[in-house]
Design a protein around this ligand. Structure first.
Ligand SMILES: [Zn+2]
Ligand SMILES: [Zn+2]
Length: 253
């Protein structure tokens, strides 16, 4: 199975190791048609976060590099953090415009909105590997994610169920209703098949990404392909398994 683009990669402007150019070269080498530079957003503690001024610089750099890589569709995205139980993310609406689309997800190192959010959203996620989250926690997480998708123009929901466990069906349905793509992340493919079946019971569209932090990982989709082996009919729902350009959710502001 061929995947034509990698829409979630990091550079040394957050916690990746490659330059923008190194990522583009790696994408070209892998024969991809599209790549996104999507560094971690504004509330991850330094040095693992993008500053707005750095993001502006990235944007100018990418614009120039488009001439050198006419064979690649290059996107400038950002990986934002969900930081509250009300679904707040670490971005202001006036910052959206700089990016072609926004990925968003839960990250353990982001700064929560408040101390309350630290206890309600972060702590249960930190311990979710050892203590199964209660029904209340899952309901609260699910509401946080659906609120985020309703309130913000999220293009891709990154690595669902990574630490912060939700009702996958409800969140996927919300993604489908609002035009947010649901990511299958090669780095965090610990989504249970039970949750995946719930996701597939909705109309949501899927996107497979590597979340590469090293240029050499770009386009390495083996884990996702292996994960999807029991679902041969799934590929028509994976938007980057098709050649045509992806229409990301547009900002409604
Ligand atoms: Zn990272
Ligand atoms: Zn990432």
């Amino acid at each position: 199975m061929k995947l034509y683009g990698d829409y979630h990669t990091h550079t040394l402007y957050s916690d990746g190791v490659g330059s923008i150019e190194a990522n583009l070269n790696a994408a070209r080498k892998k024969g991809l048609c599209a790549i996104a530079i999507s560094d971690h957003g504004f509330n991850n503690p330094s040095p693992f976060a993008l500053r707005y001024a750095t993001a502006e610089m990235q944007s100018r750099r990418i614009e120039l590099l488009r001439d050198d890589f006419p064979d690649l569709r290059i996107y400038h995205a950002i990986e934002a953090d969900i930081i509250s139980t009300e679904g707040d993310i670490d971005m202001k609406p006036e910052q959206f415009e700089l990016f072609d689309y926004i990925l968003a997800g839960f990250h353990r190192f982001a700064r929560p909105w408040s101390l309350k959010d630290f206890f309600k959203l972060y702590i249960p996620a930190y311990i979710s590997d050892v203590i199964r989250p209660s029904g209340d926690v899952i309901r609260r997480n699910t509401r946080a994610f659906t609120q985020m998708i309703k309130r913000y123009p999220i293009g891709i929901l990154a690595h669902i169920d990574d630490m912060c466990i939700v009702n996958a069906r409800e969140v996927a349905k919300c993604c489908a209703d609002y035009g947010t793509l649901l990511e299958l992340n090669a780095k965090h493919i610990d989504l249970t098949y039970r949750s995946f079946d719930q996701i597939l019971a909705t109309d949501v569209s899927l996107i497979a990404n590597t979340d590469a932090h090293y240029p050499q990982r770009i386009g390495c989709f083996e884990h996702v392909i292996e994960y999807l082996l029991p679902y041969p009919e799934i590929w028509e729902r994976v938007v980057n398994a098709r050649l045509e350009e992806i229409k990301f959710r547009k900002y409604e502001y």
